[in-house]
Design a protein around this ligand. Sequence first.
Ligand SMILES: NC(=O)c1ccc[n+]([C@@H]2O[C@H](COP(=O)([O-])OP(=O)(O)OC[C@H]3O[C@@H](n4cnc5c(N)ncnc54)[C@H](OP(=O)(O)O)[C@@H]3O)[C@@H](O)[C@H]2O)c1
Length: 330
Amino acid sequence: MLAIELTAFGTPHEVCRCIEIDAPGEPGPDEVTIESLACPINPAEILLLAGLYASKPPLPYRPGIEGVARVTAIGAEVKSVKVGDKVMSLSRNNWQQSFNLPATDVIAVPEQADTLQLAMLKVNPATAWLMLTQYADLKPGDWVIQNAANSGVGHSLIQLAKANGWRSVNVVRREDLIAPLMLAGADAVIVDGPDLAERCKAITADAPPMLAIDAVAGTATTRLADCLADDGTVVNYGFLSGDPCQMTPNQIVFRSMSLTGFWLAKLLGGMPRDAMETQYAMLSKLVVDGTLNTPIEATYGLNDINAALEHAARSGRSGKILLTPNGVQS
Ligand SMILES: NC(=O)c1ccc[n+]([C@@H]2O[C@H](COP(=O)([O-])OP(=O)(O)OC[C@H]3O[C@@H](n4cnc5c(N)ncnc54)[C@H](OP(=O)(O)O)[C@@H]3O)[C@@H](O)[C@H]2O)c1
């Protein structure tokens, strides 16, 4: 069996290696054995491997924040899934061919949904959905604005907004993304720059957005907030620029705007099981009917982990990079 192991924090493609491990034994009474089918490499993993994430796991560590898998064995007490089921894994150690985990750490997902799309279900679609619904009471026709709009989260947000009748202004840093994002369902796509607010106002003059979704931080937060109506909220969920979020006294004091942070891991940690199952049933249906679809640039086997990580850390990608620990399967 193959697994990815991290033994020191550093440049991600230099500190991870593919190792041979023993096959998992029989699952315990409340456990299942799963075979990993596909797992994305997310920016959070790049940060984690570099030692820059919220916390540093003890080493050696087997990474992999999300993935889709096939159940290959179940313990005597397990009733929630059966052998052969396709499941979303809640484990944070998915970059291995096969392993045992508590049955409560998997959620059954529809067999007919695309495996690679399901691999990305846990993090980005849920992040986009919760940010769209927890911080504003959006009504049909309302505008929302986001940056890094061509990211995985950005695509999910565009698609979920469209499906719910909300309009999205999408900020990117490359002109060549305008056409593909309009095709993906965006209502407007604009390239970031000092005059962002004027260009946004020309689009949303009828109803300036009350909600801004920020993955970039730094001065990008200031520019995004300038596009909001008074009393609007900026939800920051990433710091792709590497800089702290900046908002001005004019925005916060005189225009009564708020800045708040979103972290999916914390929300999922406190979410009751039935709410989590309902959320992922709703999102996986949208994968089945094609509403949710995240572009993919490449897939790699575990043996090619270094090339995969180097690829995932590149800017200007056309989509996500995924690992397929047991080869590409449907
Ligand atoms: N807080 C949470 O719970 C949570 C959950 C999910 C994701 N996130 C965060 O959300 C962000 C997007 O994640 P993802 O998986 O959707 O990303 P992704 O699909 O891997 O795409 C990365 C995106 O980041 C953009 N980018 C990179 N550096 C940038 C910079 N300096 N300025 C502006 N844009 C930049 C890229 O633009 P180009 O294509 O132009 O290079 C691309 O759009 C990450 O910061 C991630 O950590 C947070």
